[in-house]
Design a protein around this ligand. Structure first.
Ligand code: ADP
Ligand code: MG
Length: 627
């Protein structure tokens, strides 16, 4: 509990204790009135203050106002009747504060889990200066510097290990509890905790570009995207409060006037009391609190599983997804190609690989990374100029003054190069051309991620009707993956713009339902933005994809798509339960109150009770380990 919450708790206790002697009939009246007054002020002074401030700012119709009018009204009624029945006025305030306290503890708890995620922010980076370790701000470290990460420290920046082996705890990023073993040459991402060994890391980007910064930015922006259900509440409140206040006023005035007109006694105090009860009941606290809290808890729960959802509106869309479209390379497959063979090349193997690595030296495509790795030697980038990357095709550039191209048959056709088809029907073919002459092709192959099969099955199990793959790769490689994963459909040889066309076409089909697109590459960014929900691979994915996506999977596991859908469904179910439950109880109490069947006590219990239950229910959205 925070200091503020403790203070409220003490006030509740003191106020309740003061009520005991106030109820002793042996005490003289004035003493009891003093005790009641003290008890009322101890518990309610801040609400009174807020209500009066509200009146001064002409924003009268909030809950503090409702509480103040209702309690002061009850006190006035007691004074008129010269009775000492002041328990109700104090109790209204007392239970209201108990409810508020409860809610603030609950909200604090779910904020806590989000800030546990925030805890990934590294405080410093170690650099070596004249043999001594110096701590510097991660923001000051230049890309390409060497930093040291000691056991137990957070990795401050993304980079590649130069020296050392260790195991990393990635749980705060991916929800994966098993440590990951890393050694020289492996990439490490910021925010992981280095557990066992000393690592020397060469940074690959600045702090702003690091995984940690990106996650923090995502999380910080998440709550600003309101979902339809949340908007519903704020629209609802704008109509609800004036209607209720009008209703209360009508209840206080109309029946007595009608009765008097009919020659009966007006019973003013009875009807004013009912109107006041009506006001207390009407307070829509449970609704107002539990719905955003439910979404907040859902976002928090998902992020603990390594699923970053950029706004609560996407939870709502995710819960309705019926079609999931996957990109192939890097999404369903590992995106780590191995060079299997080189065919038809007039050049030496080494020479061809060097050309391939050089022409690809500026690309971030998984193919280019693999070619650079197959070449394996240091690259002198100054030998490369005029690099042009053609999405869904390949790259061409000037290498040592020669025009070199690497890519698929489409690129070769575009450049007017006579190419040879590859006789083998597995894998992906990278055709090469030097100065317009065909220079052979490199056969590379990629394998399906070990989790992809289970991912597709899980989607089917949770009721996704259509699982489709769109890829820029050629048909043979695509077809193989489709068969292996038993996908419903697959379209290959697509340019980035073709992917958008396909998705558009699917979106226009009413059977599709909500469509999620899952991808990793720069070429996927337009589709990610176009789909109802775009889901990007966070670890291997390109920045453009992460930027354009609505949901980011931190560990690139396609299985998390089904998990995200299940989390979203659970969250939406909880939110809906709360709306229905809170409104139903509210309506019932309002009717009973207007009929005089429920007094203020019942009203308070109903209100605080509904709120407590709704908040507890909302918190459930955070527990998603086994959904
Ligand atoms: P996917 O949609 O499966 O992720 P892409 O659209 O990224 O595939 O690429 C489609 C095809 O374009 C690849 O299979 C490859 O033949 C070719 N290609 C794209 N980028 C490159 C590159 N940098 N080097 C060589 N070939 C490339
Ligand atoms: Mg891809």
């Amino acid at each position: 509990m925070t200091k503020k919450q403790k203070k409220v708790l003490y006030r509740i206790l003191i106020s309740a204790l003061l009520l005991i002697p106030a109820n002793l009939t042996v005490l003289p009246g004035p003493v009891r009135i003093l005790l009641y007054g003290a008890s009322y002020l101890v518990i309610g002074y801040d609400i009174l203050k807020k209500a009066f401030k509200g009146i001064k700012n002409r924003r009268v119709l909030d809950e503090s106002f409702l509480m103040t009018v209702a309690t002061l009204g009850a006190i006035a009624l007691a004074a008129l009747e010269r009775s000492l029945e002041l328990n109700e006025a104090v109790a209204v305030m007392l239970f209201y504060q108990i409810g508020e306290l409860f809610q603030s503890v609950a909200v604090g708890k779910s904020r806590g889990s989000i800030s546990a995620l925030m805890d990934i922010r590294p405080d410093y980076a170690n650099i070596e200066e004249n043999g001594a370790l110096v701590r510097v701000d991660p923001e000051e470290v230049e890309p390409g510097s060497e930093i040291l990460v000691q056991p137990g420290e957070k990795i401050p920046l993304d980079g590649v290990i130069l020296e050392g082996t260790s195991s990393l705890n990635t749980s705060s990023l991916t929800g994966e509890s098993l440590p990951r073993d890393v050694t020289v040459g492996d990439g490490v991402i910021s925010g992981c905790v280095n557990m066992t060994g000393l690592l020397r890391v060469k940074t690959t980007g600045s702090f702003e570009e690091s995984t940690v910064s990106k996650i923090l930015e995502l999380v910080e922006n998440a709550s600003s995207h309101k979902s339809r259900s949340e908007n519903f509440i704020s629209r609802f409140a704008r109509i609800y409060t004036p209607v209720v206040c009008g209703g209360a006023l009508g209840l206080a005035l109309l029946p007595p006037i009608v009765r008097m007109l009919m020659g009966m006694p007006g019973d003013w105090s009875v009807w004013i009391y009912r109107a006041l009860t009506f006001l207390v009941i009407s307070c829509p606290c449970a609704l107002v609190i539990s719905i955003p809290l439910g979404f907040f808890a859902g976002l928090g729960g998902a992020s603990r599983e390594g699923i970053l959802i950029k706004g609560s509106n996407y939870l709502e869309t995710l819960s309705q997804v019926h079609t999931v479209v996957f990109d192939k390379t890097g999404t369903l497959t590992q995106g780590v190609f191995e060079v299997r063979d080189i065919h038809r090349s007039p050049l030496e193997r080494e020479q061809l690989l060097e050309y391939a690595a050089l022409v690809e030296s500026a690309s971030s495509h998984p193919i280019s990374k693999s070619l650079r790795e197959a070449h394996g030697k240091r690259l002198d980038r100054s030998r490369v100029a005029e690099v042009t990357e053609i999405g869904g095709g390949g790259v061409h550039a000037k290498v040592d003054g020669k025009t070199v191209a690497a890519g698929n048959t489409r690129l070769m056709e575009q450049l007017g190069v006579a190419y040879h088809e590859c006789p083998e029907d597995t894998g992906t073919v990278v055709h090469m051309a030097v100065d317009g002459d065909y220079a052979g092709h490199i056969l590379i192959s990629d394998c399906v991620k070990p989790t992809s099969q289970a991912a597709v099955e899980a989607l089917k199990r949770c009721g996704v009707k259509n699982v489709v793959m769109l890829t820029g790769d050629q048909e043979t490689a695509a077809e193989q993956v489709r068969r292996e994963l038993k996908l419903d459909a697959c379209h290959s040889g697509l340019l980035p713009a073709d992917k958008v066309t396909w998705v558009d076409q699917m979106l226009s089909d009413p059977d599709t339902g909500k469509l999620a697109f899952v991808g990793d590459g720069v070429n996927d960014a337009p589709v990610l933005a176009r789909a109802d929900v775009g889901i990007a691979m966070g670890a291997m994915g390109s920045d453009a994809a992460i930027e354009a996506a609505d949901v980011v999977l931190m560990d690139d596991d396609p299985g998390k798509v089904a998990k995200a859908i299940r989390i979203a469904r659970k969250c939406m179910r909880i939110v809906r339960e709360n709306i229905v439950f809170a409104l139903a109880v509210k309506l019932l109490c309002l009717i009973l109150g207007a009929l005089g069947l429920a007094g203020m006590w019942a009203a308070i219990f109903a209100d605080v009770g509904v709120m407590v239950l709704a908040v507890l229910n909302a918190i459930r959205a955070m527990y998603v380990k086994n959904v």
